[in-house]
Design a protein around this ligand. Structure first.
Ligand SMILES: Cc1cc2nc3c(=O)[nH]c(=O)nc-3n(C[C@H](O)[C@H](O)[C@H](O)COP(=O)(O)OP(=O)(O)OC[C@H]3O[C@@H](n4cnc5c(N)ncnc54)[C@H](O)[C@@H]3O)c2cc1C
Length: 433
């Protein structure tokens, strides 16, 4: 695609945020383009189709708060089947190394910990979530492991105020053909310049100059959606500089989360929708989904600094298999083979998984989201107050930025929903409690 020399709105990044912004702005008489460095759309939403029909969502997989999640309606409009198979994350199928009595003890310890966080969030001074662990509690390592999966970070790096402002309903569904595939299908009608790396945005003149690997584009408005890790690295240089955005992004680092997909022989020997923790007495352990959606595979999930270490050492798959062999017996080794791993930490256009706020930095989400000069607008999961770290949070932030752009141009986006272009009416975005 040829880059036109001038547009009304240039959106940087074709992840859930950028695509949502585009769909909300389209059909309002504006010329809009998304500039995307990769040769695909979706960003941290990526479905890979593996041999034996295995669907691997390397990035987002769960429609969190599905009863409030705009992608559920988008899936329906796009004819993607959504599965409500329930979640089994906290369970230990077969009781192996984690009998039911201990599982109950763990849930009680975990619930007590989160109740303390809720109270701690009432204190005006923010604190680190790690402070609220009960000293010496036997379940602390596993509570830490769960934080690594959920936040991408150990509790010491997590703000209590931020955790408490996250909104979830506890309803989690999946997309049979993949969440990444759904988001790519959603964006299929968007005007995206792929393979277009943006390196600078100069807003010192009346028309904003956007420098890309395919030439310079002029725009009246820009929506920027890059991950906080990339903002800190200043992969896009702003002129005049935006030190407040860099400072806010430093307070909202990307955590680490990585996955390994293991194909299994004789899948019928394993329960569908089972779950195992690799260990219960250490944080450096995997979370294993057995036969998700009935598929012939086990999906391993690692989080926090341990995920980063394993990924950097190329040991995600070998560690997962060793941990499972320790649980399931030596014969398991002959029944399993790795077929895909993620590598978000090293991914040039993400540099991590999802954002968490450092203690004392939960307000940085508002700072990051705030428009600059009435012409630069900011979206992306890290700008979402209640749905940060998620794909639907990214999407909603794109709608918010699109509305800000429209306001700045004196337009009303009434009826602009972000529904897939050309889809029928009657769609409502998630309402937030
Ligand atoms: C392992 C993992 C598991 C996850 N699980 C879930 C889950 O179950 N449920 C859920 O809701 N969320 C989940 N997430 C989070 C979710 O995927 C993200 O929050 C969401 O996709 C982020 O969307 P975004 O648009 O904010 O950012 P991105 O998707 O990162 O989009 C930004 C875009 O900008 C592009 N870009 C970068 N640099 C440049 C440049 N210089 N020029 C042009 N373009 C550039 C990138 O290529 C990218 O396409 C998971 C993420 C990971 C990594």
């Amino acid at each position: 695609m040829q880059l036109s020399s001038e547009v009304d709105v240039a959106i940087i990044g074709a992840g859930a945020a950028g695509l949502g912004a585009y769909c909300a702005l389209a059909d309002h008489g504006l010329s809009v383009i998304i500039l995307e460095a990769r040769d695909r759309i979706g960003g941290r939403a990526l479905t890979r189709y593996l041999p034996e029909g295995i669907v691997f969502d390397a990035g987002c997989e769960w429609l969190h708060s599905a009863d409030h999640n705009a992608f559920v309606q988008i899936a329906s409009a796009s004819h993607f089947d959504v599965a409500d198979a329930g979640v089994h994350w906290g369970e230990q199928t077969y009781d192996i190394n984690f009998p039911l009595s201990e599982q109950r003890e763990f849930y009680a310890a975990s619930e007590a910990f989160y109740a303390r966080l809720e109270l701690a969030a009432q204190i005006p001074d923010d604190s680190s979530a790690a402070v609220w662990l009960e000293q010496g509690n036997r379940w602390n390592p596993l509570i830490e492991a769960v934080s690594c999966y959920v936040n991408g970070s150990e509790l010491s790096g997590v703000s209590v105020h931020d955790v408490e402002s996250y909104f979830e309903t506890g309803v989690n569904w999946r997309v049979r053909r993949g969440y990444g595939a759904l988001i790519s299908a959603y964006g299929a009608c968007c005007n995206v310049a792929l393979g277009t790396h943006v390196s600078a945005v100069d807003y010192s003149a009346r028309k904003i100059q956007v420098e890309t690997s395919r030439g310079t584009l002029r725009a009246r408005r820009v929506i920027y959606t890059l991950s906080t890790a990339l903002t800190v690295e200043q992969v896009v240089r702003f002129h005049p500089a935006l030190p407040a955005k860099i400072a806010a992004s430093m307070g909202l680092p990307l955590g680490y989360a990585e996955k390994v997909m293991l194909a299994i022989n004789e899948p019928e020997a394993f329960p569908e929708e089972g779950h195992l923790f690799g260990a219960t007495d250490r944080t450096a352990t995997g979370s294993y989904d057995l036969r998700p959606l009935g598929q012939p595979c086990i999906e391993a999930f690692f989080g926090g600094s341990f995920a980063r270490e394993l990924e950097a050492a190329g040991e995600l798959a070998s560690f997962a298999i060793d941990e499972l062999v320790a649980l399931l017996g030596t014969t398991f080794r002959n029944k399993v083979r790795p077929c895909a791993t993620s590598c978000w930490a090293r991914d040039r256009y993400a540099k991590g998984s999802y954002s968490h706020a450092l203690p004392g930095h939960s307000q940085d989400r508002e700072s990051l989201a705030a428009p600059v000069d009435g012409r630069l607008f900011f979206a992306g999961e890290a700008t979402s107050r209640q749905f940060f770290s998620t794909a639907h949070g990214a999407y909603e932030s794109g709608l918010r930025a699109a509305n800000e752009v429209a306001d700045s141009l004196g337009l009303a986006l009434e009826g602009a929903t972000g529904l897939p272009l050309g889809a029928s009416q009657g769609f409502r975005t998630a309402s937030v409690a």
